[in-house]
Ligand binder design. Structure first.
Ligand SMILES: [Fe+2]
Length: 343
């Protein structure tokens, strides 16, 4: 049985325990530091023992890749009020409250059967602070670049079309050269003064409506994508990739970006038509809206849902993001603590 949205609501004592452990991990340096991985896993076990049977069924369902979006509610708020102006990215990277949120997210990933990791192309950083640091939002930043120079990434304020998190080469199993896309991205908010939502688009109903022949075409390696310009130089565009993959458990994974994918030259007409149909299906699909604050986190199943956002209005909106792999994913691991994989 597949569930689109599940909610894990923590009791006050569970929330207290989670917060306490997250603060401990943050004080010890947070997800990027050696030794934290093991402690987070141990804390997640403690937390798991505090869950009732219904809550356990929810986290196990997510771990089994049977839930598209897991909303975690009832957590303690972290930090105090919204500042006058957004601190710099450098200051936020050192901010203890950001680190508490990141550590809490690492614990939640573990609780939901995922392990936190970083790609080598994200400068090896486990924690990504999502906000308008590079311009393109509704309100200009002091160093606002010319519109054509704004990078299309989670560090700008631009609206972002529907996408799954890259890399887009494969899901589940690493190829010779590339690790899979993340199984999960977990998001929470440091500040979200205007309650600007994050949008999630479950793909299962879209694929169902498109029908077997179209989905079959999407499993062929007839597609290509352009590389994100936030990546470190040297990474190239992807060619001859599929959009849908099946694993040998009969489960599927989906990878796509509405603004980066196209059909390769010379592919059959039905492959071309399939991607057009997919684009239309996503445009018309139901969008789930989640408004994040520091007491709420979402685990987006990156194999079953796209996400997107509107242009950032309040420049103090800061989200904290980590990636996770579930037990079905095998990556090209470069180091295990902290876990770093080759993109
Ligand atoms: Fe994204």
């Amino acid at each position: 049985m597949h569930t689109e949205v599940a909610v894990l609501k923590l009791s006050p004592s569970q929330a207290e325990s989670l917060h306490h452990h997250a603060v401990q991990l943050a004080r010890a340096g947070g997800p990027q530091c050696a030794g934290i991985r093991e402690r987070a896993e141990a804390h997640a076990h403690v937390l798991r023992d505090m869950l009732d049977s219904e809550q356990r069924a929810v986290v196990d369902g997510y771990a089994s890749n049977r839930i598209t979006l897991l909303v975690v509610e009832g957590m303690l708020e972290v930090g105090d009020g919204v500042p006058e102006a957004r601190p710099s990215l450098e200051a936020l990277k050192m901010d203890l409250d950001c680190l508490v949120l990141a550590s809490r997210s690492q614990l939640l990933l573990n609780l939901a059967g995922n392990r936190a990791f970083a790609y080598d192309l994200d400068y090896n950083e486990m924690v990504r602070l999502v906000g308008n640091f590079k311009g393109g939002g509704q309100h200009k930043i002091p160093e606002e670049p010319a519109p054509e120079d704004v990078e299309v990434s989670s560090h700008s304020g631009l609206a972002l079309g529907a996408h799954t998190e890259p890399p887009h080469y494969c899901s589940f199993q690493a190829t010779e050269r590339h690790s899979p896309a993340p199984s999960t991205l977990i998001l929470t908010a440091r500040w979200n003064p205007l309650q600007e939502p994050t949008q999630v688009i479950p793909i299962t109903p879209v694929l169902k409506a498109l029908g077997e022949p179209v989905v079959d075409a999407l499993t062929r390696k007839h597609y290509q994508f352009t590389r994100p310009n936030s990546y470190v130089p040297g990474d190239e565009d992807g060619r001859h990739v599929s959009i849908v993959d099946y694993n040998n458990h009969g489960d599927f994974a989906f990878r796509f970006s509405a603004y980066r994918f196209s059909a390769c030259d010379g592919v059959p007409e039905n492959s071309r038509r399939a991607i057009d149909a997919l684009q239309a299906g996503i445009t018309n699909a139901e969008r789930l809206q989640v408004t994040l604050d520091s007491s709420k986190a979402i685990l987006i199943n990156n194999t079953k849902a796209l996400h997107c956002r509107d242009i950032i209005k309040d420049n103090r909106r800061i989200l904290v993001r980590l990636f996770g792999y579930n037990r079905f994913s095998t990556a090209i691991v470069q180091s295990t603590d902290p876990m770093l994989v080759k993109a």
